[in-house]
Design a protein around this ligand. Structure first.
Ligand SMILES: [Zn+2]
Length: 303
């Protein structure tokens, strides 16, 4: 991902009269403080814009699902008294929908089968297009989406305009793995469309995926989305909080205190401890994205 440069072929500008936002955690570990920051920001931003706020559990990657983390996510939504405006959906139940979209993409010759093993691909993150013209059978192979040599730009509400050339920066990317697992990219794009999402608020670790998702959405003629990527929460050691570095699971018995810390970490005015529902209402009333810091450091924060 790099700053805006000269030539650009596809500029995305989303203009929406209504707002539908979402919080879409993956149950690959329990929710941690970084997830709470994303939940609070997406919630406040939707509500201050009189929008809806939906929750979607991104559990397509079944082998990576962490035991009980789905239950933990749902108990957190409850304990922090977030109120989703529609029933929570689970991506693992939606395989047939994703399969249909893959079929449409196949009809339009937008995808192809790839037989490259992890060993062949090595550490090269930009796929060279090795299997693009091999016309391999689709069964039991990974499925990749063709990308073109063009600059894709979008205006992020916090990060400014960002552009990327899919061919040179990322390469044809996987929509379905050889083991049959639907990729995050495909499931996100399809569900954002089907749920009528207009605004995405999420962590900046997902920035690289955004141009992939914009590209896939444009091939399917889905409406453009409005993006805001939050700075990542860092721990005392300067590492981003993640399931990989064993960020501590949110303690639902400390919901008001954790909520207070998350609101502060987002640069918003302090809110007194109360029932989470009331604290969230206050956070919405005073929500100001201009106060979100460039980097979120959690030194000394209660965790
Ligand atoms: Zn290949």
């Amino acid at each position: 991902m790099r700053e805006q440069t000269a030539k650009q072929d596809l500029i995305v500008s989303a203009e929406c009269s209504s707002y539908v936002g979402r919080f879409a955690p993956s149950p690959t570990g329990p929710l941690h403080f970084g997830s709470l920051i994303t939940a609070v920001a997406s919630y406040c931003d939707a509500k201050v814009n009189q929008g809806k706020w939906l929750v979607r559990i991104e559990d397509t990657d079944i082998p990576r699902i962490f035991p009980n983390s789905e239950t933990h996510i749902l108990s957190c939504i409850d304990a922090f008294q977030f109120e989703p405006d529609a029933e929570i959906i689970f991506q693992k139940d939606r395989f047939e929908i994703y399969k249909q979209v893959l079929e449409q993409l196949k009809q339009s010759d937008a995808i192809y089968a790839c037989q490259c093993t992890r060993k062949i691909l090595g550490s090269n993150h930009i796929y060279a297009g090795t299997c693009r013209d091999l016309n391999l059978e689709f069964a039991d192979q990974a499925i990749r989406l063709k990308v073109t040599d063009q600059q894709i730009c979008f205006q992020d509400r916090l990060q400014g305009q960002l552009c990327s050339n899919l061919k040179y920066d990322l390469g044809d990317f996987v929509l379905k793995r050889r083991d049959g697992i639907i990729s995050y990219q495909l499931a996100v794009v399809v569900d954002d469309y089907l749920q009528g999402i207009t605004h995405v608020v999420r962590g900046a670790d997902l920035l690289d995926n955004t141009v992939r998702q914009i590209w896939l959405g444009s091939l399917q003629n889905y409406p453009s989305l409005n993006y805001m990527h939050l700075p990542l929460a860092m721990n005392d050691q300067g590492q981003k909080l993640s399931k990989q570095n064993l960020a501590q699971a949110l303690d639902i018995n400390q919901a008001p205190k954790l909520l207070q810390q998350a609101i502060l970490a987002l640069g918003q005015s302090a809110i007194e401890l109360d029932q989470p529902r009331i604290m969230l209402q206050q956070a919405v009333q005073q929500w100001d994205i201009n106060r979100i810091p460039k980097g979120i450091h959690l030194n000394g924060v209660f965790l």
